[in-house]
Design a protein around this ligand. Structure first.
Ligand SMILES: Cc1ncc(COP(=O)(O)O)c(C=O)c1O
Length: 449
């Protein structure tokens, strides 16, 4: 897709090339030291978050909580906090990362279908908001609150059961989804109503219809069902029983073109039409976008080590594979990525487009980033760039073959074109890798290379 991408309007291609060339000249991609590295265009992220705030500004009280699972690097979370976001977490690890990034506990919301007593106790004592996934968890929270009161906003996650989107594994509003309380299952509405009646501290309601692949109509329909239910609770139990609606994240990302700013405007408009109550001021609103905040602003660059032919197919062996692009390697039809060819200096390559496989370094045959993809001929010393990988890719690597986690760098581009980098994650070192693989447990300390 190199040829097509080079012709796309807008500044993204030019910016990426500038970032990559600066990274090469500043030594961040030295072929003997950094086989692969990842970059985040921090100016782009800031513009995108500004668009999010702007497009939802008609809601009188709204908190946009970034879903930490999409990119859990602490400096990234800290940058999003400085852009006036909150944070959604789904494990004690993510909670620790959000706190380390400096989020105030009241601006963190804890989702997860498997919260332990320890996790709940910690969230309640800090005042972190919690969305309970099921009735058992709710009763557990009630038990904990009997002993120690909390300032946490507490809600219940509903499954509005409006159906699945284009990727079943990412859809959470199917009839039998593992998340939340199934709104339409027999008896659940009255059990839910009872819960809100019984627990005066239960003041919020949550839904996340799904991620990538869910059409806007499905998402808005899911939110509409949840808001209708909140209205019903408030009518039956008194006007202000439920005060917060958390509409989750899930806005799909366009992985095919170079339009960097997410479709927040279309989503806000669709919600305004289908769920006007969200904009009425009756409820405080929370969102939990992840992929849409970060995906378009991250890319991975990896050196091409060798090239060869097999059965008439050209193959480029690169240093980016399943360890940084697990979803794409294991489910290539569901998560295809655009790949761009650059030379060793970071310049975009031109020339005739030739079908090639772009392979990673992992020891299994399916470790391919692209199959039979039309690209300028790749040579040893070139680089491949994987676009739109700012969310759910390099930030959560896969440690197969003990491949080192790449460094991640935030880039800002000044008006005169100067690119400045900040380190968001240092490249993993061999001593760190040995430590993680138990070397410190040997009776006699390991001899480091
Ligand atoms: C509860 C919840 N909120 C938010 C998100 C973020 O979704 P996305 O990255 O698609 O916006 C997820 C994703 O799994 C989720 O499960």
């Amino acid at each position: 897709m190199n040829g097509e991408d080079g012709q796309l309007p807008g500044g993204s291609t030019v910016r990426r090339e500038a970032i990559l060339r600066a990274a090469v000249s500043q030594g961040l991609l030295h072929p003997e030291e950094a086989l692969v590295a990842a970059f985040i265009d921090m100016d782009g992220v800031a513009e995108n978050v500004a668009a999010l705030h702007r497009e939802f500004s008609a809601i009188p009280q709204v908190l946009h909580a970034f879903a930490a699972k999409a990119n859990c690097l602490v400096p990234v979370l800290a940058a999003l906090k400085d852009l006036d976001m909150g944070c959604e977490v789904a494990s004690e690890g993510e909670l620790a990362q959000a706190l380390a990034a400096g989020f105030a506990p009241a601006r963190i919301v804890f989702d997860s279908p498997a919260k332990t007593v320890r996790e709940l106790r910690q969230a309640l004592s800090l005042g972190v908001a919690i969305n309970a996934d099921n009735f058992q968890e709710l009763d557990r929270i009630a038990g904990l609150l009997e002993h120690s009161p909390s300032t946490s906003t507490i809600g219940l996650r509903l499954n509005p059961q409006v159906g699945v989107g284009g990727i079943e594994a990412m859809s959470t509003a199917g009839a039998t989804s593992k998340f939340g309380i199934a709104l339409n299952d027999e008896g659940n509405r009255s059990r839910l109503l009872d819960a809100y009646r019984r627990y005066p501290w239960l003041t919020s309601i949550h839904a996340h219809v799904g991620s990538q692949g869910c059409p806007l109509l499905l998402m808005t329909e899911g939110i509409a069902r949840v808001v209708e239910f909140a209205d019903e609770v408030n009518t039956v139990l008194g006007r202000d029983r439920i005060t917060t609606i958390d509409i989750g994240g899930g806005l799909p990302v366009d992985f095919e073109t170079d339009h960097p700013i997410s479709a927040f405007g279309s989503y806000a408009q669709a919600l305004r039409l289908e769920v006007p109550a969200l904009f009425s001021g009756r409820y405080g609103v929370m969102t939990e976008f992840g992929r849409t905040i970060m995906a378009k602003f991250g890319f991975i660059a990896a050196h091409v080590e060798y090239t060869k032919e097999a059965g008439g197919r050209r193959i480029a062996i690169t240093h980016a594979g399943a360890q940084v692009a697990m979803r794409t390697v294991f489910l290539p039809e569901v998560w295809p990525l655009r790949v761009v060819a650059h030379d060793g200096s970071g310049r975009i390559k031109g020339g005739d487009l030739v079908p090639q496989d772009v392979a990673g370094p992992c020891c299994f045959a399916g470790d391919l980033l692209a199959k039979n993809r039309l690209l300028p001929v790749l040579e040893p010393g070139d680089m491949v760039v994987l676009l739109d990988t700012g969310a759910y890719y390099f930030s959560t690597p896969f440690s197969y073959n003990s491949l080192l986690e790449p460094g991640v760098y935030g880039a800002t581009v000044e008006a005169d074109g100067t690119v400045r980098f900040t380190t968001l994650r240092l490249p993993q070192s061999i001593p760190e890798l040995l430590e993680r693989s138990g070397a410190g447990q040997l009776p006699v300390p390991a001899v480091l290379p």
